[in-house]
Design a protein around this ligand. Structure first.
Ligand SMILES: Nc1nc2c(c(=O)[nH]1)N[C@H]1C(S)=C(S)[C@@H](COP(=O)(O)OP(=O)(O)OC[C@H]3O[C@@H](n4cnc5c(N)ncnc54)[C@H](O)[C@@H]3O)O[C@H]1N2
Ligand code: MOO
Length: 397
């Protein structure tokens, strides 16, 4: 069976993915979530012409160097001066306070000298200085946050300024995660002589959370179809089911057999990539199913390439991921027909990003994956590349 190119596989996976429902969340809980609707300002900011400095509000025409003006009142943030500034007058003003009627500039206090009720101008004022016009930041009705935006701290601050205490966001897709294999025990347990610790479960649980999903840990099932099926049923309500391990062709690789028995429609299996070739993609009723290869590096690379975009699509997340490139720090050999994701470490040299592929690339080696900060993407049949060649990167951090 021909292996499916990565781009085709991704397109097939994402075509027809529907976003999750909308929920309203208070700002503190909305942080990090994806906005479901456009958000318009409910007010104008600043709502009045405001001083940008501490000093005196006055008429520029009165304020030549040496002029003496009478201080007739005070305007501070939270309480304005109700009168107006007449000829030869000034109002003491503080940052953020409404600029009183009649004044057309703010003279900073460093350029004045105060003598009782009189302020002496030491440096001439210029009309319009240090005044923030009403609506400088935004006006009521302006749409400043668009649906699909990930709510970073800047967006949360803006939403608050626009006087939204709660925001409509997409529900986080629930991702059920099941590790399979007789050899696996949970971290902290005592493995038998032929056993290892399950790293994929905890790793992918963390991955799902970081990608914006809600992980549902189904634990570890042994290599037994009935046990795997029972565990899968415990995750029936999840939007996405991720099976880890047993995706390949061995006698004890039971993921696909179990899923088929349960009625999964297989969309595709086996991708032209390394690591991660045996990825299974299908649907079980309403649930999107991903069967990840068990090798820990393969599982994480497949999650980065397929699970993350799937979660993002369900969230309606439109934030861009700009392409990243770097110069090879060492030469690389020609590639075969699979798209290669090569674990590597980047450095900055003379302001330029340089990437060093690791010499060992075994898909079982988590130590090297954790030491990597990027994957070099080597397209199928890429020619040998010399040191200094510009190559595409997928940053891992
Ligand atoms: N004859 C062939 N054999 C294999 C092929 C192939 O095309 N023909 N593909 C290889 C590739 S590529 C991969 S990747 C693996 C994928 O195998 P499975 O998805 O069936 O995974 P397992 O056999 O269950 O496990 C592989 C490996 O990973 C360890 N593992 C599994 N789950 C976990 C976990 N939760 N935490 C940590 N480690 C885990 C498992 O013990 C194995 O060592 O197949 C190749 N074989
Ligand atoms: O694709 Mo497997 O993931 O090469 O080890």
């Amino acid at each position: 069976m021909a292996l499916l190119p990565v781009a085709d596989a991704l397109e097939r996976l994402l075509s027809g993915v529907a976003p999750t429902e909308t929920e309203m969340l208070p700002l503190a809980q909305a942080a990090g979530r994806v906005l479901a609707d456009d958000i318009a300002a409910t007010r104008t900011q600043p709502p009045f012409a405001a001083s940008a400095m501490d000093g005196y509000a006055l008429r520029a025409a009165d304020a030549a160097a040496g002029a003496e003006l009478r201080v007739v009142g005070e305007s501070r943030a939270g309480e304005r001066f109700e009168g107006s500034v007449g000829v030869g007058e000034a109002v003491r003003i503080f940052t953020g306070a409404p600029v009183p009627a009649g004044a057309d500039t703010v003279l900073i206090q460093e350029n004045t000298e105060r003598r009782g009720d009189i302020v002496v101008v030491q440096e001439a004022a210029q009309a319009g200085r240090h005044i923030r016009a009403e609506g400088l930041d935004f006006a009521a009705g302006d749409i400043l946050l668009k649906a699909g935006r990930r709510l970073d701290p800047r967006a949360i601050a803006l939403a608050a300024a626009m006087n939204h205490a709660a925001l409509p966001v997409r529900r986080r897709p629930v991702v059920a995660l099941l590790s399979t294999g007789d050899e696996l025990v949970p971290a902290g347990a005592e493995p038998g002589p032929d056993q290892i610790v399950s790293s994929n479960g905890p790793g992918l649980t963390a991955f799902v959370g970081e990608a914006g999903g809600e992980p549902l840990d189904l634990g570890i099932a042994p290599d037994d179809m009935d046990a795997i099926e029972a565990a899968i049923r415990r995750g029936a309500g999840a939007d996405i089911l991720v099976l880890i391990g047993g995706a390949s062709v061995g006698d004890h690789d039971l993921a696909q057999g179990t899923l088929a028995r349960m009625g999964m429609t297989l969309d595709f299996w086996k991708i032209a990539m390394r690591p991660g070739k045996p990825l299974i993609v299908g649907r079980l009723g309403e649930q999107q199913v991903l069967g990840l290869p068990g090798n820990p590096v393969s599982a994480m690379v497949v999650a980065t390439l397929f699970l993350k975009p799937l979660i993002r699509a369900m969230l309606g997340d439109t934030s861009a991921t700009p392409p990243v490139t770097a110069r090879l720090g060492t030469a690389m050999p020609a590639n075969d027909g699979r798209q290669d994701y090569v674990r590597a470490r980047t450095e900055f040299k003379n302001g330029e990003r340089v990437v060093f592929p690791f010499s060992r690339q075994d898909s079982s080696m988590l130590g090297l994956l954790a030491a990597a900060d990027a994957l070099i993407v080597r397209p199928p049949l890429a020619e040998a590349a010399e040191e200094g060649t510009l190559v595409p990167l997928m940053p891992l951090d």
